[in-house]
Structures are given as structure tokens and as C-alpha cells.
Write a protein that binds this ligand. Structure first.
Ligand SMILES: [Fe+2]
Length: 379
């Protein structure tokens, strides 16, 4: 796997100058969120400390990474003559920037690669990721989510991992409580899913373990009483969750979440975490009949025992309630009804549009009926 240069900690954004100077970048393609760029304080930092660099700013896109934004970005990036990309923002900003960078240097149309019909052949320009939320961990992964209409795709290639990441928790200090809550639950879901993923390794589980502990210890206070200490811990948790799924990829709660986001507009972290507790109970009940992990039932059961220990719970039901209580403490919704999904046809739509690629990483197989049944429990 490609080596990434990483800077972490308060004030670490100051390293950006030496990185830009070292890469001899004359013009920088800056991909950012519209509001978050100013709210995070990044706007001020770039105006005050980097005014001697030439920037082309790209921020004309919405809250989910979409093909049409990527295509606009590619045109802007190619015409700008920039020598590197700096992405400053949440997961959608970093994912959009990743897709723009890699797809600007391929021979064929972007859709060819997004839909997985063609292999990526070029690795793009030097890429620096600067997260301003604590959730997606996108700065630490080698994939990028892109929606084509309402369908979710994932670009995946070793070269997509940012060359450099700068995680400065100060940039998350002004993050609104709702976004802190939503992105924090994405970090938790990614870490828990990574822990039980069929692709988990000792290394990935050590990242997950630390991230899970950090989220349970710090998310409520980061949402309700934010300070630099709990923000720093959440930045760390998010980054570790990214490192864990970079190895394992996500599983069933992510697989079922994408249509909730694209069809019903439910924010990503809310959509993934709403089924997390139920999948915890479901997956821990794995047997020889429905196991998908080649390491066997005893291994998966033992892994769940470790996961319960990390969460300081004695049973999967207790773990489910612990997740639910955490969500309630940060004012997230724990039922589909609260999210405006109450009709059977809506629930059927979600279960019929599950992402089968991510579902394959789940340790226990799940049929459409079981998905419906599980969604019925959080109705
Ligand atoms: Fe996620």
C-alpha cells in the first residue's frame, strides 16, 4: 500500500506551506465546501498565510459526491493548469476531489471508471486532504464514493489514497452540533463494521478498537460541550475509522444506507448508524449455516466477544442499547418513522436497493426478507 505523509494535531495546518514548497506547486486546485470553508476557519488561514500561492477554487457542488459535480470539476481542473489538489472539507468534499483528481488523467469518459467498466491507468496529481469534520476518515482511504443519479458507486485504487493528510482538530472547533453528531456516528459505524468485516486483520482491528473507545468516550461531549480536547479525540477516532475501513471496507449498515441517502435525503452518518445496533444483534447470531467469513464461526464468535469487551457490554442487546442511547444523547433519530420513512413500500425500496458489493463484507449472509425484518424492528 502507498505510503501517506500524515500530520496530526492542533496547528498542524502550518505544515501545508513546506509541503507545497517541496512539491514546487505553482498553482493549487482548492476543492472545498461552500460554507464549511469559512466556518472552519480554513478560509481565513488560506487568505492570511497562503496568499503568495495561486489558487483555483472549486466549490460548486452539493452535500453528496455526484458524477455531474465531478465532471464539472474535471473540466475546471484541466483548464486551470494546477499542479496539485488540496481538498478542505468533509467526506463529500474529499471524495469529490479524489474523483476529480484521478479521473482528470484517464483516457475515457469518467462514467467508464465510476461504473467499474474500465480500469484506472493514471494516478493523478499530488493530493493533500485536510478534513474539517470528524467522521468519514476519507483522508485515510483509497476509495471515493460517487453517486450517479440515485445509484452509489465507489472508485477504488491504491493511488486514490491522498499523498498527504493534515488533520488539524482546530478546523473542527466551529462544526455545528448536528454535523458533529452525524459525522461522529459515521466514524463509529465504520469502526464497528470494520471490526466484524470478513476482511478484518489484526492491524485493522487495532485501529477500530481505539476508534470505538474514543467515540464512546468523547462524542457526546464533543456535540454538547465542544472543546479542543474532545474535538481532538474525535478527529483521531475519525482518522482511525478511515484507516480501518481502508483495509476492510464497510459492511451491511453502510450497504443498506446508500438508498436512504440518495432517495430520502438522510445524511450519511444518520443513515448508517440507524441499523448499526440491529445488525450488531443479527451478526452476533451467526451460525455455520449463514456464515460468510472463511475463518469460521468460532473465529467470528470470538471476535464478537472482543467487540463486546471493547464496548464494555455483556450481550449484543446491551451493545445495541448502548448505540441507541449514544444516538439519543446527541439528538439523532433511532427510528425510521422519525426520518419520514413509515410506509411498507419505502422500507421495501430500501431493502431492494441494498449495495450488494458492501453486503458481501458482512460476516453473516442477509436475505432480502431478513433485511425487511431488520428494518421492521426500527420502524
Ligand atoms: Fe461512512
Amino acid at each position: 500500500m502507498k505510503n501517506q505523509e500524515e500530520y496530526f494535531g492542533t496547528g498542524s495546518i502550518s505544515n501545508l506551506r513546506k509541503i507545497l514548497e517541496r512539491t514546487e506547486a505553482k498553482k493549487i486546485f482548492l476543492v472545498s465546501g461552500k460554507k464549511s470553508f469559512e466556518l472552519s476557519g480554513a478560509g481565513k488561514i488560506f487568505r492570511n498565510r497562503f496568499s503568495d500561492f495561486e489558487f483555483e477554487i472549486f466549490n460548486d457542488f452539493g452535500i453528496i459526491p455526484e458524477v455531474k459535480s465531478v465532471i464539472t470539476g474535471i473540466e475546471r481542473f484541466r483548464n486551470s493548469g494546477s499542479d496539485c489538489i488540496v481538498a478542505v472539507g468533509g467526506g463529500n468534499v474529499i471524495d469529490t476531489a479524489k474523483a476529480v483528481n484521478i479521473l482528470s488523467f484517464q483516457e475515457l469518459n469518467p462514467e467508464e471508471y465510476i461504473t467499474g467498466k474500465s480500469e484506472l491507468t493514471d494516478s493523478g496529481k499530488y493530493f493533500i486532504a485536510v478534513p474539517t469534520t470528524s467522521g468519514s476518515g476519507s483522508e485515510a482511504t483509497h476509495f471515493a464514493v460517487v453517486y450517479n443519479g440515485k445509484k452509489k458507486f465507489s472508485l477504488s485504487d491504491e493511488s486514490i489514497l491522498p499523498d498527504c493528510s493534515i488533520i488539524d482538530p482546530e478546523l473542527t472547533l466551529n462544526l455545528p452540533s448536528e454535523i458533529t453528531a452525524i459525522s461522529g456516528m459515521d466514524a463509529l459505524s465504520q469502526s464497528i463494521e470494520s471490526f466484524w468485516s470478513v476482511n478484518s486483520t489484526e492491524e485493522s482491528r487495532s485501529y477500530s478498537e481505539e476508534a470505538i473507545k474514543l467515540v464512546f468516550e468523547n462524542l457526546t461531549s464533543a456535540v454538547c460541550n465542544p472543546d479542543i480536547r474532545n474535538r481532538t479525540e474525535m478527529s483521531k477516532a475519525s482518522n482511525l475509522s478511515g484507516k480501518s475501513i481502508n483495509i476492510t471496507k464497510t459492511t451491511a449498515p453502510h450497504a443498506i444506507s446508500y438508498s436512504m441517502t440518495s432517495e430520502f435525503g438522510i445524511p450519511h452518518g444518520q443513515a448508517v448508524s440507524i441499523t448499526l445496533g440491529e445488525f450488531f444483534v443479527y451478526n452476533s447470531g451467526v451460525s455455520d449455516k449463514d456464515i460468510t467469513d472463511p475463518r469460521g464461526t468460532a473465529f467470528v464468535k470470538e471476535n464478537f466477544g472482543k467487540l463486546l469487551n471493547i464496548m464494555k457490554c455483556r450481550s449484543s442487546d446491551e451493545a445495541k442499547n448502548k448505540i441507541k442511547n449514544l444516538m439519543k444523547s446527541i439528538k439523532l433519530k433511532t427510528t425510521l418513522k422519525e426520518l419520514g420513512i413509515s410506509e411498507d413500500f419505502q422500507i421495501n425500496f430500501i431493502s431492494d436497493n441494498v449495495n450488494t458489493e458492501r453486503l458481501r463484507n458482512n460476516p453473516r449472509s442477509v436475505t432480502r426478507d431478513e433485511l425487511r425484518n431488520l428494518l421492521g424492528k426500527i420502524k
